[in-house]
Design a protein around this ligand. Structure first.
Ligand code: KG4
Ligand code: ZN
Length: 359
């Protein structure tokens, strides 16, 4: 497909528990521009179960996706017939949930006679800072911290990603979520733990910083969760009560100490990756990138090391359609062929980011 200026890309995100739709327009010699986006979070629906229920997620994506699409087109004052390319999250994620975005994108594309482009969810996160007021420039080191992934990547351009290090067990988001659950906080635990930590003293408990001094760029957070559990149980036993019934100050101290341990490791490893690659820019992406303490500590460490750090806008840190439409638009600008008129409805629930290039 030939790229023209003003190409309109309609993007769908449905990999997990947020339905996101967005319209992005390409501009000659410039970054694509976000015209409108809309999001529905299923958090309330899943919170009753303490986590995402895949079948319910798929059903809700189906209910939400077309009303959100209408809203996006109305907000952007564009007509569906003007859309040039349909983009969707192809993976990784929940298979049934992914199939909703892929099905809708392919069906609309077939009806309109337009091409489709399947986007890697993590590439969406990785390129989401290009939607911010302070967009980065290539090359940079990316710290990707989402619910399921913790990776350091060297990013030399669109589709040019090399893995520098990653978690060998739990992701940072998982460490937040699982520790939050242990402290009796509701799903999704990350933001709740961060809120509770605001009143706490991070030095009240000395929790492990796994692999902090390992010298490589890998992470491990499973042991931290166990340490939080042991500490919480010990405190509960001493007070003869359940963990959730511990005094508010004790719980907030433990939350703050947990957050500090996760943040310390992320900051140290990110800065090590920057110095090992000799690059001078760091990009943070993914849901945990919304964490205020992580941002503060990274800002300070990067200022001291003369490294420029870029973040997505706060509301675009967690899953959204804007990052998917943006990644597709940036791919098209970089010469990616949209998958012309083959509507394969195919998704990749497991899909390593290093496997994608520009085709
Ligand atoms: O990127 P994302 O929305 O979804 C995935 O692709 O996984 O990331 C979700 C993760 C969850 O683990 C959530 O608890 C965490 O990001 N998260 C946070 C915060 N906001 C979201 N963790 C810590 N502090 C936050 N403010
Ligand atoms: Zn995500």
């Amino acid at each position: 497909m030939l790229m023209k200026n003003g190409t309109l890309v309609l993007g769908f995100e449905s990999s997990c528990d947020e339905t996101g739709v967005a319209l992005v327009e390409t501009r000659a010699g410039q970054l694509p521009v976000l015209l409108a986006h809309a999001l529905h979070s299923q958090v309330e629906m899943h919170s009753a179960y303490g986590g995402v229920v895949p079948e319910l997620a798929s059903r809700d994506h189906i209910r939400r996706v077309l009303p959100l699409t209408k809203q996006v087109l109305a907000d952007a004052r564009r007509d569906l017939a003007e859309v040039d390319v349909l983009a969707f999250t192809r993976g990784p994620g929940l298979a049934g949930a992914l199939l909703v975005g892929s099905g809708v994108a392919c069906a609309l594309a077939a009806a309109l006679g337009r091409p489709v482009l399947g986007v890697h969810h993590l590439e969406g996160h990785l390129l989401s800072p290009f939607l911010s007021r302070d967009p980065p420039q290539f090359p940079f080191v990316a710290l990707l911290v989402s619910g399921g992934h913790t990776q350091l990547m060297q990013v030399d351009g669109v589709g040019r990603y090399s893995l520098l290090g990653e978690t060998i067990d739990d992701a940072a988001g998982e460490a937040f979520d699982k520790s939050a659950k242990l402290l009796g906080l509701a799903y999704p635990g990350g933001p709740a733990l961060a809120r509770l930590a605001e009143q706490g003293d991070p030095s009240a408990f000395n929790l492990p910083r796994p692999l902090l001094k390992s010298g490589d760029l890998d992470f491990s957070f499973a042991g931290l969760k166990t340490a939080v559990m042991m500490q919480a149980k010990k405190l509960a036993l001493g007070a003869s009560c359940a963990v959730e019934a511990l005094p508010a100050k004790v719980l907030s101290d433990l939350a703050a100490a947990t957050q500090a341990a996760i943040v310390d490791v992320l900051v140290k490893k990110a800065l090590t990756a920057v110095s090992q690659t000799g690059l001078t820019r760091l990009v943070v992406a993914g849901g945990v990138g919304a964490n205020r303490v992580l941002r503060e500590h990274l800002d300070a460490a990067c200022a001291a090391a003369r490294v420029r750090v870029h973040y997505p806008e706060l509301q675009l840190c967690t899953d959204n359609g804007a990052m998917i439409a943006m990644a597709a638009a940036m791919r098209l600008q970089s010469g990616q062929q949209a998958a012309s008129l083959e509507y394969a409805f195919d998704v990749k629930p497991r899909w390593p980011l290093e496997d994608i290039g520009i085709s």
